[in-house]
Design a binder for this molecule. Sequence first.
Ligand SMILES: Nc1ncnc2c1ncn2[C@@H]1O[C@H](COP(=O)(O)OP(=O)(O)O)[C@@H](O)[C@H]1O
Ligand SMILES: [Mg+2]
Length: 253
Amino acid sequence: MLYINTKGGVGKTTTSINLCGVIASQGHKVLLVDNDPTSGSTQILNIENEQGLTLYDLYRNSKITFDDCITKYNDYIDVITNVIGSANLEIELSHKRNTKETMLKSKFEKFENKTDYDYIIIDNAPSTGLISLNALAISDYYLMVIDNSPLAMQGLVLMEGMIAEMKDISLNDNLKLLGILRNNFDKTTLFSKKISQIVEKRFQQDLFKTIIYNSVKYVEAITVHKPINYYVKGGKYVDAYKDLYYEIISRIK
Ligand SMILES: Nc1ncnc2c1ncn2[C@@H]1O[C@H](COP(=O)(O)OP(=O)(O)O)[C@@H](O)[C@H]1O
Ligand SMILES: [Mg+2]
């Protein structure tokens, strides 16, 4: 499952991490792949991987496999970390003639321990570039995240264009939209309600019913490097992500 919006700051990383937490709490095993050169997920989970291999190495070195790059967060969550220095990866990839969009795909096919995981979640950069295309090429589903700003909607429109283009070149014919998540919405403001109405009308059943509301709890959890359910034991903040998880599994089945 791939989290995307071409806009930054909408909550892709927050959603990726909290969903990993909820999946883990259900006793399932999940791999989080940090496909963002600003390495937000890696930093938020505070994964120390100074000697280890990262997604950057996986993209660049033909001998390195997915299996080589796995770092453990806990018994249920593994991570493929990223490094901030990978920002030039986009340019490096553009020089690879035939493999620039399929670098990850060919490696993913040889990923031996892939069946260890019930879910693989890819947290993505806010871009329509080659790094995003590489992630789209190996995903079964993509999940779009929007916040309550008109610009986030623009991000969706850009994404739709990118996915159409990807289908044109047959990069991944299996890719399906899992749903669109409203994140960081506000229960009380009129503006938030208006945006909600607009997206309900436009996206209808593609929209998840679950809305993740704005809360300082989510920010606090990230500040202490934890998924929300590792920070507060229960309650509405965790339940929201559980609801999202149940919606996701009902769509996958
Ligand atoms: N539901 C939420 N409530 C409050 N703050 C949020 C929520 N979701 C995200 N944020 C905050 O918004 C900022 C951007 O979120 P992030 O997940 O990093 O977005 P992205 O990965 O799309 O760039 C972060 O500071 C994060 O803590
Ligand atoms: Mg992010």
